[in-house]
Write a protein that binds this ligand. Sequence first.
Ligand code: FMN
Length: 334
Amino acid sequence: MEKHKNLYHPVTIGSIKIDGNLFLAPLAGFTDPAFRFLCVQEGANLTFSEMVSAEGLARKSKKTSEFLVRADNEKRFAVQLFMKDAETAMRGLPALIDNSPDLIDINCGCPVQKVIKTGAGSALLKSPETIYQIVHALRGGTDIPITVKIRSGWDSSSINFLETADAACQGGAAMITIHARTREQGYSGTANLEHIKTLKHFSSVPVFGSGDLFSPSAALQMITETGVDGVMFARGAIGNPFIFSETRYLLETGEMPPETSQKVRAEAFISHLGQCINMKGEKAACREMRKHAGSYIKGFPGASEMRKEIVQASTRKDYEQVLSAWMDLFMDSN
Ligand SMILES: Cc1cc2nc3c(=O)[nH]c(=O)nc-3n(C[C@H](O)[C@H](O)[C@H](O)COP(=O)(O)O)c2cc1C
């Protein structure tokens, strides 16, 4: 029988060595320190902040600078910035340097109209020259490696990932992540593995793939079919930080990982709630956790009843009661 090749490995991005090749993507509204803590605990090797406005940092907005806080267990942490041009990026840089992230990532993929109309996010895909200028300017202002996250292109008639990645690398980018969808696709349709493969083939810096990573086998498939250096989990990690440990197992052994039990998932949810309370206080955390709850309990017996109860939960005790009632009812059947 052919020996399995270990596909889990360290990655060097500029001057930074990262223990493994399983990253947590930036996810606006989700990847706060509480969620990232859980993902790191389960083996995420590098985590990204939500996208942070360079303009907000320049204006010293308190709310914006809250995005720069590292979780206690985060050995490697990247801050993702969005901006329309190099000048704005540079004005935001001092506040960023004060917080010393390991990497600074540039958002060239956000499809949201509010962001695009300012010239930021995926609007940058239309101007590789601006991408070059942003990366080049930041490289001149800091030793922190600069990375760039792009999409395949603006729409199906303007697929230009090689051009935008090249502009980023000419500017000095140390890694490219490609979300292999167009801006036009948003988050629907399928990610195009051929784009990832082509980019990896031509790139002189590490390439990470993003898109449709909802299971360890999807990650394995992306790595084997495209040759990318690693993967960046996004929606697949919401309510499922175990995707990191499970994928590591699969990449290392070539065998499907043992299934994570529903009891362990329920406990992770409560632990996530605890982290969130430490960060935001009980009231805000309990509200916030409603958006994660559905994903944690997906597939649980009685999930729809539980969801109804969770919408009412406003204290840690409420959540614990819902979960423990569920365990009493269903644990034997799991
Ligand atoms: C709710 C949500 C928020 C996101 N926020 C960001 C962001 O702040 N920065 C970014 O580069 N990508 C963002 N993305 C894109 C993801 O990082 C990822 O590239 C995309 O979801 C594709 O991966 P998936 O199909 O495995 O979810 C976001 C996606 C979602 C669904």
